[in-house]
Design a protein around this ligand. Structure first.
Ligand code: UP5
Ligand code: MG
Length: 232
């Protein structure tokens, strides 16, 4: 780890040790799902569907960073340069934005989309917030398909050009995949074939959010309720 990285980690961890916002969130004991996958794998698209069906709050780290650039914050230029180069913004900056968004939402079920992107992001998030994800959705998609999607997205994103896209792919392979492996070793990764249509991918996502035994449990409670209302 570089000296600068260590210093930044230090700052984040020191902030955590001083207490404050990590503990406010921790008290709410929120459910956190990390939504990971390569650039253009469909993280944002699927999160929008999950929000509609399962009442989660969607926090895209990339969207929060882009909003920070627009707000004219002192970090704006640095963030903009990093995004143009497909590089990972220092943990300190991203974690602060995520924490603030979680706190201000007042909600307790979060989809954190596009974060953590490297081991440092992951370790710092867990240390600062004291929270771990319940599970991790991993949208697995071949580069050719992701490239096709990004080049036809047409939403004016500064990083949707072939030069930056190639850099984003490289960073994903080198830095983000190890995070997925880390959670996989803990049995937390739900891998989804993301190269199919939006509807097909969502059908698989649904099966993850509605596991069979929960459905059986719901049926059991419903029957119990019917019996009780019958007797009384
Ligand atoms: N589309 C989606 N699903 C499809 C499907 N099944 N079939 C056909 N088309 C599909 O989708 C991309 C496009 O594909 C859309 O046009 C969509 O309609 C279509 P989208 O859902 O937007 O994919 P997503 O995975 O969200 O792609 P995105 O480009 O947002 O992923 P990135 O991870 O690259 O972008 P993000 O915004 O997360 O990060 C951008 C940059 O910010 C990073 O490169 C980095 O520099 C910085 N960053 C950090 O430094 N730290 C962070 O923690 C987060 C970001
Ligand atoms: Mg996205």
């Amino acid at each position: 780890m570089s000296k600068n990285r260590k210093l930044l980690m230090g700052t984040v961890v020191e902030a955590a040790n001083k207490g404050a916002s990590g503990s406010i969130l921790q008290k709410r004991n929120p459910t956190i799902v990390f939504v990971l996958g390569g650039p253009g794998s469909g993280k944002g698209t699927q999160c929008a569907n999950i929000v509609q069906h399962y009442g989660y709050t969607h926090l895209s780290a990339g969207d929060l960073l882009r909003a920070e650039i627009k707000s004219g914050s002192e970090n704006g230029t640095m963030i903009q340069n990093m995004i143009k180069e497909g590089k990972i913004v220092p943990s300190e900056v991203t974690i602060k934005l995520l924490q603030r968004a979680m706190e201000e939402s007042g909600k307790d079920k979060f989809l954190i989309d596009g974060f953590p992107r490297n081991e440092e992001n992951r370790a710092a998030f867990e240390k600062v917030t004291g929270m771990e994800p319940s599970f991790v959705l991993f949208f697995d998609c071949p580069e050719e398909e992701m490239e096709r999607r990004l080049l036809s997205r047409n939403q004016g994103r500064e990083d949707d050009n072939i030069e930056t896209i190639r850099k984003r792919f490289k960073v994903f392979l080198e830095s983000s995949l190890p995070v997925i492996s880390y959670y996989d070793a803990k049995g937390k990764v739900r891998k989804i074939d993301a190269a199919r249509s939006v509807e097909e991918v969502f059908a698989t996502v649904k099966a993850i959010f509605e596991p069979k035994n929960e459905k059986v449990l719901l049926l059991y409670y419903w029957l119990l309720l019917r019996c009780l209302t019958f007797w009384y």
